[in-house]
Design a protein around this ligand. Structure first.
Ligand code: HEM
Length: 418
């Protein structure tokens, strides 16, 4: 049998996603054990679409309460930094209720005009006739400004939010952060988000903004959090810290990745860009815009996995899992599962149906911001389709050194205008 690829080898991920290895494992050992370096206990890989959905649904057996990454935090660590994403029902249901009304399809449709105007401004400033970095000029700009509008974040702080968010989500990349998880001693930071001093900095920034909002509440999301009650009590300072950090991290980088990796896909598959741009309907609307958006999300899979922890001995995909085991749901593999998707290794902007896993599926943690993210990707694609006939790589993209985020640090491209 061929040597197994080590999915904890982050330098490998910096070179690309091991899709062939995932396909091989899905065919042979779809739920399989992997050791980890040092004293870490190892984890199960869950690679098939159906098994991922099954585990996502069964939150009693597959808990989020030990965190969603490879880390092994203590109870005290978790108590300090637990967010909605690592809270199980019934507590999760109560937290989710606070924000769910603000993120329905109808609620986010209110931002359509705002996102359109913002995107045009970003493209006016960012698209040039010379080669440029698409991440820096476009992909990074849109999501953070949308988030700022929704949460009521001060415009002057946005570069800092971007920088801190990057240092957290890319906490394994020494080119992004100077405190690298897995390389440096991060014990002193274990009670902060992403086990990073920058998590604490983000909390502090949030606290200063929240203090201002207490004095002058408005219609934004932070004000809604300040008004919220769970079981008759206002959210604690710890809850507010953690809501703030998860929103800034989850709502920004992920959407940036979908946009940037999406354009990389169109650089590599120019015929799909031609298909998307062809024949705008009467209203100037692209027929394939919705299916292309979903395919960009499937193909780019910004968050490659979510971890769960087994609460009891159980069986999944033929594997016998023991209580306490880490169980890693590889959405990036499920999104290419041939049992769910016809021709899964083909980037097809007309793909339908397309029940991808990029926002999770079947469980209560399904991405809260999914409709907002879809809106942003759709608007950016439509605006680019009006302006750009062809994307070409000007230099190889630079990927983030991480097995968690599918981020690009740089995407140097040149464009041929429409
Ligand atoms: C393309 C963009 C995005 C992707 C790929 C993405 C992906 C995900 C994934 C995979 C999960 C966990 C699902 C699960 O465990 O079942 C999640 C949860 C979450 N996402 Fe997103 N996300 C995106 C955009 C956003 C945006 C724009 C926001 C907010 C403004 C957001 C806020 C959240 C929150 C708060 C959670 C936790 C939900 C819960 O635990 O109930 N996300 N997201």
């Amino acid at each position: 049998m061929a040597e197994r690829v080590d999915l904890t080898d982050l330098d490998m991920w910096a070179r690309g996603v091991p899709y062939e290895e995932f396909a091989r494992l899905r065919g042979r050992t779809p739920v399989t054990w992997s050791d980890e370096a040092g004293s870490s206990p190892g984890f199960w890989l869950v690679l098939r679409y159906d098994d991922i959905v099954t585990a996502s649904r069964d939150v009693r057996t597959f808990s989020s309460s030990r965190g969603i990454s490879f880390e092994d935090p203590t109870d005290e660590d978790m108590a300090a930094r637990r967010t909605i994403i690592d809270t199980d029902p019934p507590g999760h249901t109560k937290l989710r209720k606070i924000l769910s009304g603000s993120f329905t399809q109808r609620a986010v449709a209110v931002y359509q005009d705002f996102v359109e105007v913002l995107t045009e401004q970003v493209l006016d400033a960012g698209l040039t006739s010379e080669p440029f970095d698409f991440v820096d000029a476009v992909a990074k700009e849109v999501p953070i400004r949308v988030l700022a509008r929704i949460m009521g974040l001060p415009a002057g702080d946005l570069p800092l939010f971007i920088d801190l968010g990057d240092r957290l989500i890319a906490n394994t990349d020494p080119d992004v952060t100077d405190v690298v998880w897995g390389r440096d001693d991060t014990d002193a930071y274990r009670r902060f988000p992403f086990r990073s001093p920058y998590g604490k900095q983000l909390w502090d920034l949030g606290r200063a903004i929240i203090a201002g909002r207490l004095a002058a509440p408005g219609g934004d999301l932070l004000s809604a959090l300040l008004r919220a009650e769970v079981d008759g009590e206002r959210l604690s300072e710890t809850d507010l810290d953690n809501f703030f950090s998860i929103m800034v991290v989850a709502g920004n980088e992920t959407t940036r990745i979908a946009i940037a990796q999406g354009i990389l896909a169109f650089c590599e598959h120019p015929e799909q860009w031609d298909r998307l741009r062809a024949d705008p309907g009467d209203q100037g609307r692209l027929d394939l815009l919705d299916t292309a958006t979903e395919e960009v999300l499937r193909w780019t899979c910004p968050t490659r996995f979510m971890r769960r922890t087994a609460t009891t001995d159980t069986e999944l995909g033929g594997a016998r899992i023991r209580a306490g085991d880490k169980v890693v749901l590889w959405y990036v593999s499920g999104n290419r599962d041939e049992a769910e998707f016809g021709d899964p290794e083909t980037f097809d902007v007309g793909r339908s149906p397309n029940r991808h896993l990029s926002f999770g599926r079947g469980g209560p943690h399904l991405c809260l911001g999914a409709h907002l993210a879809r809106l942003e990707v759709r608007v950016v694609l439509a605006a680019l389709a009006r302006r750009v006939a062809r994307f070409e790589l000007a230099a190889p993209p630079r990927r983030i050194r991480s097995n968690f985020t599918n981020g690009l640090r740089q995407l140097p491209i040149r464009i041929r205008p429409a």
